[in-house]
Design a protein around this ligand. Structure first.
Ligand code: ZN
Length: 632
């Protein structure tokens, strides 16, 4: 019996949930789940009945290093299981009694495209292929109308036959991701036909929808322009940038969001605009995008709480995982292209609000006994199927910030509180993928470590030990120059570096320590102080109630989130025009930051890593067009 197995048995027995033959020394049966929470940030303090299969292993082992692969691995459970028998995902999860999942119009394009893209990203992060990936690819391609080349929703009880601009934007990005993952001529022709069709429609004045949707597609178009040398995509991107920044400005002249705004939509527009500005060499546009990033940053907390909508007129404020994904995408794009000062933002958002937005231990969703699926609804095992999904509206303390109800769709959907909106189900993995892909890079014989996460490149294995230790190790598999970002909370002089038992004097350049050239086989150990500190923050909409928190930090990790008197049972919702239940204090569904148990560990276990082959990085080295540029 391995020590791991033995330890698991002990902890399972202590909790009385292992199934053991009482009298005989017969073999004990227990489960180890491949998608369990047996690694950081396992919510060790709150085991519950929904987590009896394998999660117990975590109680017997020290928590492991912070590896983004873990989050992708857990999301595979959600992606594979939270679908109907035909493989269609569900947009809505309602906090009803019992909890229920319901299909809705975003399922065919928006949700399925995001989740298909997430399945590819999760596979590249873990090496594990979700069986549902091939189903979604087939379904998306089947939904593309051979006449128009556009994804067209079917006519169903909950969906109209329509080619929606948002669906095109998300489907295009997913298909380009699939093409770069595994180039295939027939897929290329589908993509080229779609962008040609969109460009033709834009020429007729009805191509990109209005508001954020017209900017929402720019990143997808730039991905096609870069990966497929798609001239129509580039032309349409130019049109949409002009529309959003000149003809019908989405942003104010002083670089804020005009009249507030939907943060996911606006940020996705900016991620695309940054890409376009770098491609065509437009420093004025790039600088506006940077100013808008700094505006959004001023609306977020340092740990990544970011309003879904800026400037709501009420007491409800919540973070959407989709917005976190684009916040990370924009920060990483800027950090890779002249703004390394934003890497610290990425590190804190990922370790905290994004990590806490992944669903785990959903015992607060009431189970149904034996209710059979219908064409639109399912009630089966929702808590288990949703493990590894992502929050639609988190507060700093809870998975769900408020009980607002649905005002769209048919009567079978209205008036119910959504616990999840599953656009976020694919976006969470996408957010982790951007951070994983860019945590460290190797270029021209130089290794740059941007984020203090675990990361495996062909040239080096990087291990970050926060929040257990202020330590990063870099084991080189090739001769190279090494540079490591100095965390924002570390005085440069406090950083110590050792290689092969000898001190290496770091040369500080900006927020990086330049560590010089080292031969393969060298392990560099970088250490720094990790003193606890507190920060008081408040969130809320201007002119409405604010909620205050004392944030307990250890390095870049929030160890505890202490509400400072936010125990309101209700707050005013501008959507509902009435008071609704809110969760900003001690009570509420899915408590976040249950990390106290981590404090007892000084040496984390090592998480198994998956090597990054550098493909599919849509956020780096964007300065120039690719080798075969489209003709102007
Ligand atoms: Zn979302």
């Amino acid at each position: 019996m391995s020590p791991k197995l033995f330890a698991s048995l002990i902890s399972a027995a202590l909790l009385g949930v292992a199934t053991a033959a009482a009298a005989a020394p017969a073999p004990v049966t227990f489960y180890v789940s491949t998608h369990g929470n047996d690694a950081w940030p396992g919510r060790l303090a709150a085991p519950n009945e929904a987590r009896t299969d394998g999660h117990l292993a975590s109680l017997a082992e020290p928590p492991r290093t912070f590896a983004l692969e873990n989050f992708a691995r857990r999301s595979l459970n959600y992606l594979n299981r939270m679908v109907d028998t035909n493989g269609l995902p569900y947009f809505n999860i309602f906090w009803t009694d019992p909890a229920e999942a319901a299909h809705d119009w975003p399922d065919f394009g928006d949700v399925m495209a995001r989740q298909f893209q997430a399945a590819i990203m999760a596979r590249r992060m873990t090496g594990e292929r979700a069986p549902i990936e091939a189903v979604w690819r087939r379904k998306l391609l089947e939904l593309i109308d051979p006449e128009t080349g556009l994804l067209t929703r079917p006519q169903t009880g909950f969906s109209q036959k329509v080619a929606d601009p948002g669906d095109q934007a998300l489907t295009l990005y997913a298909l380009v991701t699939a093409y770069e993952d595994a180039p295939e001529e027939s897929l290329k022709q589908v993509i080229l036909k779609m962008t040609a069709s969109l460009l033709a429609r834009a020429g007729q004045g009805n191509g990109g929808g209005d508001g954020f949707l017209s900017g929402f597609i720019i990143k997808s178009l730039m991905a096609s322009a870069r990966v497929l040398h798609d001239q129509n995509a580039l032309k349409l991107a130019r049109k949409q940038v002009r529309r959003v920044f000149v003809e019908s400005p989405l942003f104010s002249p002083d670089n804020t969001f005009r009249h507030g705004g939907h943060v996911h939509g606006n940020l996705r527009t900016l991620v695309g605009a940054a890409d376009y500005a770098l491609y065509v060499g437009d420093p004025v546009l790039f600088s506006r995008v940077d100013a808008l990033y700094r505006y959004v940053r001023s609306e977020a907390t340092s740990f990544g709480f970011l309003p879904e909508v800026i400037g709501r007129q009420g007491d409800v404020v919540a973070t959407e995982t989709c917005a976190l994904m684009d916040y990370i995408g924009l920060a990483v794009t800027l950090a890779n292209h002249g703004h390394p000062e934003y890497w610290g933002d990425v590190e804190r958002v990922v370790r905290n609000q994004l990590a806490e937005s992944q669903a785990a231990g959903l015992s607060w969703l009431k189970p149904a006994a034996g209710k059979a699926d219908t064409g639109q609804f399912t009630w089966r095992d929702l808590a288990a199927r949703l493990e590894g999904g992502y929050a639609g509206w988190s507060s700093p303390t809870h998975f769900l910030a408020a009980c607002e109800t649905l005002h769209w769709g048919g009567p079978e959907l209205r008036g119910k509180t959504r616990a999840f909106q599953n656009c976020c189900g694919g976006s969470g993995t996408h957010g982790f993928f951007i951070a994983w892909k860019n945590a460290a890079s190797f270029e021209n014989g130089a290794l740059s470590v941007h984020l203090h996460f675990d990361k495996l490149l062909p040239q080096a294995e990087i291990r970050g030990c926060q929040p257990f230790q202020g330590r990063l190790t870099v084991a080189l598999k090739e001769d190279c120059v090494v540079r490591v970002r100095i965390p924002d909370f570390v005085e440069p002089g406090a950083l110590k570096v050792e290689a092969g038992g000898a001190q290496v004097p770091p040369k500080v350049w900006g927020n990086y320590a330049e560590l010089g050239r080292h031969p393969r086989g060298t392990t560099l150990t970088i250490t720094y102080p990790l003193a606890p500190r507190t920060e008081d923050v408040q969130i809320g909409n201007p002119g409405f109630r604010h909620y205050r928190y004392r944030v307990h930090w250890r390095g870049d990790t929030v160890m505890a989130m202490e509400p400072l008197g936010n125990d309101y049972s209700t707050g005013y919702s501008d959507f509902e025009k009435k008071e609704v239940p809110v969760f900003y204090g001690k009570e509420g569904p899915g408590p976040l930051y249950q990390r106290a148990a981590l404090l007892g560990t000084s040496e984390p276990g090592l998480t198994p890593l998956h090597v990054d082959d550098a493909k599919l990085n849509f956020w780096a080295r964007l300065e120039a067009p690719p080798a075969q540029p489209p003709s102007p």
